[in-house]
Design a protein around this ligand. Sequence first.
Ligand code: FAD
Length: 419
Amino acid sequence: MRMADKADVLVIGGGVVGLCAAYFLRRAGRDVTVLTRDPVGAGASAGNAGMIVPSHVVPLAAPGVIAQGLRWLAHPESPFHIKPRADAALARWLFTFRRHCTEAHVARAAPILRDLSLASVALFEEMQNDLGDFGFEQTGLLMLYHTEKGRKENLRAAALAEDAGLAVERLDADAVRALEPGLRTPVGGAVLYRQDGRVAPDRFLHRLAEALRARGVALREGVAVTGFERRGDRLTGARTTAGFVEAESVVIAAGAWSGRLAKAAGVRLPVQPAKGYSLTLPAPHGGPRLPMILTDEKTTVTPMRGRIRFAGTLALAGFDPSVDARRAAPIRRLARRYVPDASEDDLDRAGVWSGFRPCSPDGLPLLGRSPRHANLFFATGHGMMGVTLAPVTGQLLAELLAGSVPSLPLAPLAPERFG
Ligand SMILES: Cc1cc2nc3c(=O)[nH]c(=O)nc-3n(C[C@H](O)[C@H](O)[C@H](O)COP(=O)(O)OP(=O)(O)OC[C@H]3O[C@@H](n4cnc5c(N)ncnc54)[C@H](O)[C@@H]3O)c2cc1C
């Protein structure tokens, strides 16, 4: 006999997006159950770079990305990689991605991403007051360059961000060193984005999980959803590894796995897993204070109060969590530069973490109601900005489920926008 269970809102996924959805839904007075296959803190949401980035107004799908990607394909240590394979969903995704690599798409996406991430920054502030310290600080972020190509790209991106109304400062090498004495990598100059910041992502997740439990949310770890049952245009609930869970409304916030779950509900949702790596060490004495992106190398450095995290790579290689030593080598070298006391053994012990970014083909989230169901909602596709956009995603979902006018337009994020 099936174990009967009932939820008002069933959220699938215990990453940062699922937990923020649960937080805002609970705040709006809903009874919420969260089911998550992996324990909180196991997915992409814990080991990421923790940068809160209103600066990222240029979506992943942008002009030049395809050409650069193709140039990198042949290099074993390059930050971008596609594992060649016969996969119809990947081929469709790449085709749609390519279609969006235009100036017109960037111009349309920039104000959308800006509004979403600035709204999130305000919510981070509010949530930290409510949940207790999780390392959120609007520190500002440095985008560093040392090549001529890097300089040009950064100045172009800075102009775009400025046009979008963001606070941008262009710094020469001396000004960068004065601002960030802990710098240990070559610098020709940088752009400082003052509205950016960082969190300690694992601490954020645990604060959220703690608060959700204390506020009556049923947060069930180790329970995977395997399918759905449906009556007319409504889902009646989810089949899970712990039995059937009946639900009035269902939110799929399962990160890179959301496409699989959508398929089980009969909806095509274009989400590709894009694997990335990180390595975390105790912070060195006199280390950097600000989060930094080394734009020529496409690697990041995030000081996280007592720890320092190095991250990078984007591999469209399916759901293979293994760490390719060659592609992780630049991150290890970066770690050795910033933590010179760390030995190779220390780096081995720290280990390279891998996680999957849930990427949509136009670089905007997939957020909204299912085109085929009255009570199914999607919250995914945040790609490289899932932590940044999680609070605003949660808030918009809560508004959507309440039937109120959303505080930001949802049409550009509609899950069915690719047809
Ligand atoms: C190296 C790296 C660096 C990054 N840096 C940043 C950064 O600096 N700033 C930023 O904003 N973003 C960053 N990101 C992106 C960010 O980490 C992701 O966008 C975000 O974590 C996605 O969160 P999520 O909740 O959607 O997915 P996840 O954290 O992957 O969570 C998905 C959850 O769904 C659950 N699940 C899956 N299938 C099922 C099922 N069938 N049943 C039940 N549960 C299921 C999983 O167990 C998991 O808990 C980075 C990512 C990587 C990889």
